[in-house]
Design a protein around this ligand. Structure first.
Ligand SMILES: C[S@@+](CC[C@H](N)C(=O)[O-])C[C@H]1O[C@@H](n2cnc3c(N)ncnc32)[C@H](O)[C@@H]1O
Length: 280
């Protein structure tokens, strides 16, 4: 299996500086520090994947998530996926996030909702975290697995963390075309792609880790359009965004949105939505 490249600096990807920026968005709507937050208002800002809660609702129904279920989320960012799932289903979810600053902001946001201990935040590298085998009914992840090195190790760990017949739901990137040398440097800096693999390797590694894949949607066309539209509407709202976040804040996110739109438009990366079951 070809592993694209290793990068130790996740903050070089321009999505990740300044996680506190979400507080400025909320404040602009009248939700100052410590003010209670409705989960549906938060969901307008706290989703770091494509199509926000619509994508999460696909997972909830594909995995048939119910109130008594225990869920593991790998790479939880601001905690938006975990909060929506807990809010929509009543399930309990453990949200594992590598970056301490994102985890801190996520905890603050969750504490201001009424989720009553149904979202547990854990600041850890998923690879290093101790998890009792068979703890979770479902494992979920949005746009995080391609960041994590040692792909077979983390897939086996996901497998072990699940109950027999537990489900895995993942949205992730895969590599369509090998980048040339210039593209490689650019992707290394702006995508933090520590296990970006081709489609064939993606599925064979899941099989090898002990998963039976039941649903596959290739999201490439959809996400190419999504990232292009997102860039355009971000540029259209430049004035408003600068009034809240300043010009430097605008430039950082504009760089990230334009990089992602161009990786899709140039056919370098594609997207997958996958549901799978733990083989016993
Ligand atoms: C694109 S964000 C998506 C966040 C969230 N899933 C969402 O959709 O809103 C990916 C997240 O994965 C986290 N991540 C990357 N490597 C990780 C690791 N080894 N363990 C835990 N989290 C990791 C990143 O820090 C980042 O917050």
């Amino acid at each position: 299996m070809r592993i694209l490249v290793l990068n130790n600096d996740i903050k070089s990807m321009q999505l990740y500086p300044r996680p506190e920026r979400i507080f400025s968005d909320l404040e602009a709507l009248g939700y100052g520090p410590e003010v209670p937050l409705p989960v549906d208002v938060l969901a307008r800002f706290d989703q770091l994947h494509y199509h926000g809660i619509d994508a999460l609702n696909v997972a909830i129904s594909a995995c048939k998530i119910e109130a008594q279920d225990r869920i593991l989320e790998v790479g939880s960012g601001w905690g938006g996926c975990a909060r929506h799932i807990a809010h929509a289903t009543g399930a309990t979810i453990t949200a594992v996030e590598l970056q301490a600053d994102y985890d801190r902001v996520a905890r603050d946001l969750t504490a201001r909702t009424d989720l009553n201990g149904r979202v547990e935040h854990v600041n850890a590298d998923f690879l290093e975290l101790d998890i009792e085998p068979g703890t979770f009914d479902h494992a979920v992840s949005w746009l995080a697995l391609f960041h994590i090195p040692r792909r077979s190790e983390y897939l086996e760990k996901l497998h072990r963390s699940l109950t027999p017949n537990g489900t895995l739901f993942v949205e992730d990137l895969y590599m369509i075309k090998e980048p040339d040398d210039d593209e490689l440097e650019d992707i290394k800096q702006h995508l933090f792609p520590n296990s970006l693999v081709g489609e064939k390797d993606y599925f064979s590694s899941l099989e090898m880790a002990g998963f039976d894949v039941s649903i596959v949607d290739d999201m490439t066309v959809d996400w190419t359009e999504f990232t292009s539209d997102r860039l355009k509407s971000f540029r259209d709202s430049r004035k408003l965004y600068i009034s809240i976040h300043g010009i430097q804040g605008y430039d950082i996110i504009e760089t990230f949105y334009s990089k992602m739109a161009s990786y899709f438009a140039r056919g370098l990366v594609g997207g997958l939505r996958i549901a799978a079951t733990r083989r016993n």
